[in-house]
Unconditional design. Structure first.
Length: 464
């Protein structure tokens, strides 16, 4: 039996009068998940029209907490990117509530649109464009209809479904030819292509502009820096929907690229990590709470960022207030984390739950991070590559446990080791694999291991 929570922006009264399980986003952020809670499903009615809004984070946190959620982050992103109603369903007009309608003529199309884009309120405009609507946009009459449809829907369970198509073994390796710090250099890409060939996979290194039709491939290997509000995520989602073997998959990109998800998932799954608080507003009380929980310096993080971008150290209250103001202009949430300096960070490469390489990344010269984006000469520190069996056990265990919160793809786990304890910083999708760096111990075998994983996944899907 599922427990259903209806999450809204501000405890809308017309819903609170009809349902006992209506809670605000701030309540869901602060008070969940709860100990020994039953299986939970979330109906997210927060406004999610804007990227990094409360509605966006509600679904993201629900997925981190293993709560079944409507709509999913994938669906939110898909609708934000713009979609038209398929021609065969152009008979549908106006507002759809939970895929339900009293018009028998539209019933089949309404259900089909809900299966494609499962959201509580879906609006079809006169031009046939789809948009997700918010509660605040409903008229009084529409609110009455919505309550009735929500009552019917809460007595059922929704199921996510998808179809997969299986074809031959051709791989697109996605690269950005102009990227300053790509996940893999040209020498590494060449070795991936060579290893793929030995496993019966014809691989090509292609940019987004060079991939005219992703459907012609059987696999997609992303070697371009990813982001959620970005073509890499959209391509990964499209490729998965077409049945390609994708690494890293869209779910991994979603989870790894947002530190709020990782923080919440780490807490829920008891992954050892640095003390972190999620900040939702900048008030005097917030500043005082942070100063009670942390000593200066402390670290502020944008929810999204890679290669140490969007991470800032603040040393006093003035810097804290200034940086929070700056970050809240871009995101509804900001992470505050305790500062811990170490001479190096561990990076553990994990593929499908198995550690395949390990590196020590030294801090950039005269800097507290691996990368110093303000430096012209000493952009990054040195490194040391080791066999995974030389990893401290606490580091290896922490890295593998962290990856379980994300998925079964290819990840790079950043871990600090201090006084015999491990602290996971983050899990990165499509981690750095450069020739003579991450492959310094295994050599070409590292590329063979990764391509063999693709081969196994393709074979398990009946291709070739």
């Amino acid at each position: 039996m599922f427990k259903t929570l209806i999450v809204v922006d501000n405890n809308e009264q017309f819903l609170a009068h009809s349902f006992e399980n209506v809670i605000s986003f701030n309540t869901y952020l602060r008070e969940y998940p709860k100990h020994n809670e039953p299986k939970t499903r979330i109906i997210n009615l927060c406004d999610s029209s804007q990227y990094l809004s409360k509605g966006y984070y509600c679904s993201l946190l629900a997925e981190a907490r293993k709560h079944q959620v409507l709509p999913s982050v994938k669906t939110i992103n898909a609708l934000r990117n713009g979609h038209s109603v398929p021609i065969e369903h152009r008979n549908v007009k106006d507002v759809i509530y939970f895929g339900q309608t009293d018009d028998e003529y539209q019933a089949k199309s309404v259900k089909a649109l809900f299966n494609l884009f499962p959201v509580p309120i879906l609006f079809v405009n006169e031009l046939g464009k789809l948009n997700q609507r918010s509660l605040s946009s409903l008229t009084t009459e529409q609110q009455t209809v919505f309550v009735n449809k929500l009552t019917q829907f809460t007595q059922t369970q929704w199921r996510m479904s998808g179809s997969k198509r299986r074809y031959r073994w051709d791989m697109a390796i996605l690269v950005d030819h102009n990227e300053k710090v790509p996940p893999s250099d040209k020498d590494a890409i060449a070795r991936f292509i060579k290893a793929a060939a030995k496993h019966g996979i014809y691989a090509q290194a292609l940019s987004l502009e060079e991939i005219s039709n992703i459907a012609q491939f059987d696999a997609l290997f992303i070697r371009q820096t990813t982001a959620i509000d970005h073509p890499t995520y959209r391509l990964a989602s499209k490729a998965q929907n077409l049945g390609l073997v994708v690494m890293d998959d869209a779910d991994s990109i979603l989870r790894c690229c947002n530190k709020v998800y990782l923080h919440d998932a780490f807490n829920y799954q008891k992954v050892p990590s640095l003390k972190t608080l999620v900040v939702a507003e900048q008030t005097k009380e917030t500043i005082e709470q942070l100063e009670q929980n942390f000593t200066y310096p402390l670290v502020l993080k944008m929810p999204e960022g890679s290669f140490s971008k969007g991470v800032y150290k603040v040393s006093n209250r003035l810097e804290l207030e200034s940086k929070l103001s700056e970050l809240f202009a871009f995101s509804a949430l900001v992470l505050a984390q305790e500062y811990m300096y170490t001479e190096y960070d561990w990076r553990v490469g994990v593929l499908n739950g198995r550690a395949i390489y390990a590196c020590r990344y030294l801090m950039a010269r005269n800097h507290w991070q691996i990368y110093n984006h303000d430096a012209k000469r000493f952009f990054s520190g040195g490194f040391e590559t080791l066999p995974t069996f030389e990893l401290p056990k606490v580091v290896l265990d922490a890295a593998l446990k962290a990856c379980k919160t994300v998925g079964k793809g290819l990840y790079g786990v950043d871990v600090k080791e201090h006084q015999g304890r491990a602290y996971v910083l983050e899990v990165n999708d499509n981690p750095s694999i450069d020739h003579k760096v991450e492959d310094a111990y295994l050599g070409d075998e590292l590329y063979m291991i990764i391509m063999d994983e693709f081969r196994q996944r393709l074979e398990s899907r009946g291709r070739g």
